[in-house]
Design a protein around this ligand. Structure first.
Ligand code: SF4
Length: 300
């Protein structure tokens, strides 16, 4: 899995993973246990879940969301919570249909309720059509805004009290850096504050590095789809991800340090208090929410 030069784990077994930053070697069993502990610690420290919560778990079929669903299922055996897997279908042929097939199999095997919500039904658009009509369109901007809105709506529709998403430590570091690069202080503040109109969004894997999530999926035979969206070449996040991976390689700890820098910042007051969109009633920073603004743009 990783070059550990035949090192041993502290339990004496052969190591398969090395945490550079801490200089610690892990065998498969200890690495899995460490990931599960980190997950539970984040949930309890962040007071993310309570008894009898109904949790909508955003599941796309990728490694993060499939590991999230697996860990949530394990947690539900200790804490009485109800899980509903929620998948957003953006309308990307050959990509989302294939990842959804993995989700279908997995939820069936785990006996978890599964609901699918599509851009087509909700917004009367698909990402494929947007790209077909205008190949230069920034599809990820539309996709991200519509997905966020629809996930929140889906969570309300399944009567969820929490919405769990599979963001990992790498995603968190990328988000901080992207907001810095855009000079977007308001959005940065919104990373910390969530609107009361949103179903509370929780990120139980935010302290787990992406590499360890992949390792956990492999070690625990969790199926996932690792195909790439055909529009990802147009995705700024992917560039930031590449840059951060390079920096992490040269300067171990970079990603964690970016996050800890952000978490130490004093809370910045947002200029606008989130309100309800006057068109669709969804949470908005202004009179019209971003999704309605983009839908208007598509029409015109
Ligand atoms: Fe959507 Fe862009 Fe991600 Fe594709 S790469 S799923 S278009 S955000």
């Amino acid at each position: 899995m990783e070059n550990t030069q035949s090192a041993s784990c502290k339990c004496g077994r052969e190591a398969v993973y090395f945490r550079v930053q801490e200089g610690v070697h892990y065998c498969p069993a200890c690495l899995s246990r460490q990931t599960e502990r980190q997950f539970e610690k984040t949930v309890s420290k962040g007071k993310m879940l309570e008894k009898n919560d109904t949790v909508a778990v955003g599941v796309s079929g990728g490694k993060d969301s499939m590991v999230l669903l697996h860990l949530m299922k394990k947690l539900s055996e200790k804490l009485p919570i109800k899980l509903v897997a929620v998948t957003i279908d953006e309308g990307i042929d050959g990509y989302r249909d294939r990842s959804m097939a993995k989700v279908n199999e997995f939820v069936k095997a785990m006996d978890i309720e599964h609901r699918i919500f599509s851009f087509e039904n909700e917004f009367d658009v698909t990402i494929d059509n947007l790209v077909k009509n205008d190949p230069s369109i920034k599809s990820c901007t539309y996709c991200g805004v519509f997905r966020r809105t629809l996930l929140n709506k889906a969570a309300r529709e399944v009567s969820a009290t929490k919405l769990a998403v599979g963001h990992n430590l790498d995603d968190e570091a990328q988000s901080v850096l992207m907001n810095v690069m855009r000079g977007d202080v308001t959005r940065m503040a919104r990373l910390a504050k969530t609107s009361e109109h949103f179903v509370r969004r929780i990120k139980p894997m935010k302290n787990i590095p992406e590499k360890e999530i992949v390792a956990y999926a492999i070690l625990n035979n969790i199926p996932y789809f690792d195909g790439e969206c055909p529009n990802s070449f147009n995705n700024a996040r992917r560039d930031v991800q590449g840059m951060l991976n390079e920096m992490e390689q040269k300067y171990p700890g970079t990603k964690s340090n970016i996050i800890s820098f952000y978490r130490k910042l004093p809370t910045i007051g947002t200029e606008s208090v989130p309100v309800k969109c006057t068109r669709c009633g969804e949470p908005a920073a202004h009179e019209i929410c971003k999704a309605c603004e983009l839908l208007e743009k598509i029409k015109t």
